[in-house]
Design a protein around this ligand. Structure first.
Ligand SMILES: C[S@@+](CC[C@H](N)C(=O)[O-])C[C@H]1O[C@@H](n2cnc3c(N)ncnc32)[C@H](O)[C@@H]1O
Length: 243
């Protein structure tokens, strides 16, 4: 992610509205937003009344997030899942496909076990991830037009170009984003990004292995169980309540 332009090209959508409605439904107060990025959605959670710990390893993104005003306090942390406090949160949420940045099974297991550790009994882990069967990367690769944005400090026009490395046999898709100043033609930032695609069953099994029970999965931003054909999976797992 490139914090400089991220909020301009990722505006509030139906996925964000769905996450907000899910959170209101679980009616818990203490939330951790893991992989919060620029705080684009975190501030909406804060406005909805949640007490939030927001964590992301990207320093520039967190610095930008800190400049945003919210009526409810957010604790911003530069870090990762290892920084989640034990037995503390009612909900841990990861939005905008953060789950796909964990490329190896070892990294993903670390996250699911850290989240489990950080939840109070009866707490929820909520996140989205894209269905590999949908092969969305093929549609991305057909799109040859750049996104446009404005430099937040200078007001100059920017273009965001994407080059594609493609999908490998480990279900990891690689691409590169470049931010270019339209007037000068200069590339001012370039970043390599990789996303791992996991199947419905793969994610479900990994959550159960980490101790989550009552794992539900909604499909495509409606309160209906996901199918193997859904484009997006929205997982909803509970940390058991021992009897
Ligand atoms: C697509 S952005 C989503 C940001 C935000 N959740 C949103 O809804 O706009 C993915 C985020 O994952 C973060 N990320 C990358 N590696 C991470 C890690 N090991 N632990 C937590 N977050 C990570 C990136 O820095 C980036 O902010």
């Amino acid at each position: 992610m490139i914090p400089l332009v991220y909020d301009q090209v990722n505006t509030f959508g139906k996925d964000d509205a769905f996450f907000l409605s899910l959170l209101k439904e679980v009616n818990r107060k203490n939330l951790a937003d893991l992989g919060c990025g620029t705080g684009r959605l975190t501030i909406h959670f804060a406005e909805a009344g949640f007490n939030i710990t927001a964590i992301d390893p990207n320093r520039e993104a967190i610095e930008l997030a800190k400049t945003k005003q919210t009526s409810n306090q957010v604790e911003w942390i530069i870090g990762d899942s290892r920084d989640l406090k034990t037995n503390t949160h009612d909900v841990v949420i990861m939005t905008a496909n953060v789950a796909q940045v964990f490329l190896t099974d070892v990294d993903w297991e670390q996250v699911t076990s850290d989240v489990f550790r950080s939840l109070k009994e009866g707490g929820y882990f909520i996140f989205d991830t894209r269905n590999p069967r949908d092969e969305v990367w093929k549609r991305w690769m057909e799109d040859k037009t750049p996104d446009v944005a404005t430099h937040p400090q200078t007001g100059e026009g920017l273009e965001i170009w994407t080059e594609y490395g493609g999908m490998d046999d480990k279900q990891i898709f690689t691409f590169y984003e470049s931010v270019k100043n339209i007037k000068s033609g200069e590339v001012i930032q370039r970043e390599k990004l990789q996303l791992r695609f996991r199947s419905l069953q793969e994610v479900k099994v990994s959550l159960e292995k980490s101790g989550f029970s009552d794992v539900k999965c909604y499909g495509d931003w409606v309160l209906k169980e996901a199918s193997e054909e859904s484009s997006s999976f929205i997982f909803y797992g509970m940390k058991y309540r021992p009897f």
